[in-house]
Design a protein around this ligand. Structure first.
Ligand code: C2E
Ligand code: MG
Ligand code: MG
Length: 473
């Protein structure tokens, strides 16, 4: 009889059966049952319950068993266990742009790289998606963090080797978060949570880096959770405030427009948008906040026009989530119609990160704004990595130069030459330009020298409540 697949030998079960023989004498029959198939099936079930189908790595539940065993052993002392959470940067883009088959191939190859980079006595698992976790024992000495970071660095180098598939060439990168047993947590759930928080921080810091857990991350996470929860009621409880910051003409210093900057007044504290906007993006509340800002800007603009004041375009910041949402532009169009405002009453500011998140949706939405006659400005220009290409790739009407650019020009003359050349390009493309974060006369002079049209910064005005702005202007 042929052997079942995956079976190298037969397994037989021997059983004895009491019988009555001839002449009614007591006897015994030996029964041999071939259980090879059943055993093979059981093994296959066990394998499937422990290993990941795509990469062949162990899965989350088996990894947790191994980690629990390792924790029991390590309780004896002398060793720490490093749990390393690994997330492939921008993996979603590969899936979205090149399809799931290519994404799967990349994951398969990256899993192999993780396995190859494994130090002795370590193991690695795929927890699902593009998330891998490694368990590495390290000696319990003050050098443990350095040892773990060196290991992470090695893994990082392996993962970041160029990868090609057909005509596609990529340089993958990964973010990693490390937590130690028993230093940071003494149980599985706590350890995963600490590694996750460290990983989240690595991503928040701009990805492509490794972060070790610290207590500060837990405090920050608690605050984020608290704010996220409270943010759900911010609109209903009328806690949002529209602040405006003037933009002035670079030559005459006359106010030529304003930027809408959102504030959240919560229990006597003024929470900065730098803190709550990312939370709103994560929790999906940004659409609600964005809609509130748009309406507040239109109401403000209507009040001004009703008072017979000249039109001052108000620039509204759009986050990546908003820019990816179909109908984002339509929402603003309807508001303009409702408040009987011309398209020039508003302007949209988009950061580079938002444009690159989901490039096609961003371009479509930006084109829709431009088609209505609404200007779209590239915010924080010069802070990203693809600034030059975005000038032609995205339908921008202008750029907003980040404060770091003007500041670096004050200390490095070559930077000034470079930005001067760039500004000539921007002007010949017919784009507008604003320099933001101007705090000193020196910065103002430099911005003027390179031909920037408008300036914004504390040298002229801070962001103030919309009502206070109206009283002044
Ligand atoms: P941003 O759009 O780049 O806004 C410029 C930030 O620089 C503002 O911070 C502004 O108050 C600050 N600033 C202006 N002049 C100076 C200066 O001379 N010196 C210094 N040091 N800072 C200056 P703010 O108001 O805290 O906003 C931070 C970021 O939050 C904004 O950066 C924007 O990306 C985001 N944000 C603000 N309001 C909204 C909103 O309504 N929607 C969305 N999606 N994002 C918003
Ligand atoms: Mg802005
Ligand atoms: Mg900016």
């Amino acid at each position: 009889m042929p052997l079942p697949s995956g079976v190298s030998h037969r397994e037989l079960m021997v059983s004895f059966k009491r019988i009555r023989g001839q002449d009614d004498l007591p006897g015994c029959a030996v029964v041999l049952t071939d259980i090879s198939e059943r055993k093979a099936h059981e093994q296959e079930l066990l394998r499937r319950s422990r290993y990941d189908g795509l990469t062949g790595m162990i899965n989350r539940s088996y990894f947790s068993e191994l980690l629990a065993e390792a924790m029991d052993k390590a309780r004896g002392g002398g060793r720490l266990l490093a749990v390393v959470g690994i997330d492939i940067d921008h993996f979603k883009d590969v899936n979205d742009t090149h399809g799931h088959l290519v994404g799967d191939r990349l994951l398969f190859d990256l899993a192999r790289r993780v396995n190859q980079a494994l130090p002795p006595e370590s193991c690695a698992a795929r927890f699902g998606g593009d998330e891998f976790v490694m368990l590495v024992p390290v000696s319990d000495t003050p050098q443990a963090p350095q040892e773990a970071l060196r290991m992470a660095q090695h893994l990082h180098e392996q993962l970041s080797q160029p990868w090609s598939h057909g005509t596609l060439n990529l340089v993958p990168s990964a973010s990693m978060g490390i937590a130690f047993f028993p230093t940071h947590a003494v149980d599985l759930v706590g350890l995963y949570q600490c590694a996750d928080l460290a990983l989240y921080e690595a991503k928040r810091q701009g990805r492509d880096r490794t972060q070790i857990f610290t207590d500060r991350l837990l405090t920050q996470a608690t605050r984020r959770l608290e704010l996220s929860e409270a943010l759900r009621h911010a609109v209903d409880r009328q806690e949002l405030r529209l602040f405006l910051q003037a933009k002035v003409d670079a030559r005459t210093l006359e106010v030529v427009g304003v930027e809408a900057l959102l504030r959240w007044q919560r229990e006597g504290e003024m929470v900065s948008p730098a803190e709550f906007i990312p939370l709103a993006e994560e929790s999906g509340r940004i659409a609600e906040l964005g809609a509130w800002v748009q309406e507040a800007c239109c109401q403000w603009q209507r009040r001004r026009l009703d008072r017979g004041l000249a039109l001052l375009p108000v620039a509204i910041n759009a986050s990546s989530r908003e820019l990816e949402t179909k109908g984002f532009c339509e929402q603003l169009r309807r508001l303009l119609e409702r408040y009987e405002l011309p398209a020039q009453a508003v302007e949209i500011e988009v950061t580079e990160a938002a444009m690159f998140n989901d490039r096609n949706s961003a371009i479509a939405e930006m084109k829709a704004f431009r088609a209505l006659g609404i200007n779209v400005v590239g915010d924080d220009f010069g802070t990203g990595y693809a600034s030059l290409s975005y000038l032609t790739e995205f339908p921008l009407s202008g750029i907003k130069i980040d404060p770091t650019i003007i500041r670096s020009m004050t200390v490095d003359h070559r930077m000034k030459l470079l930005v001067e050349g760039l500004m000539r390009g921007v002007m010949s493309l017919g784009m507008s330009s604003v320099a933001e974060g101007i705090e000193t006369l020196e910065q103002q002079a430099l911005a003027r020298e390179i031909g920037v049209e408008a300036l914004q910064g504390w040298l002229y005005a801070k962001a103030i409540p919309a009502d206070a702005f109206d009283a002044e202007h």
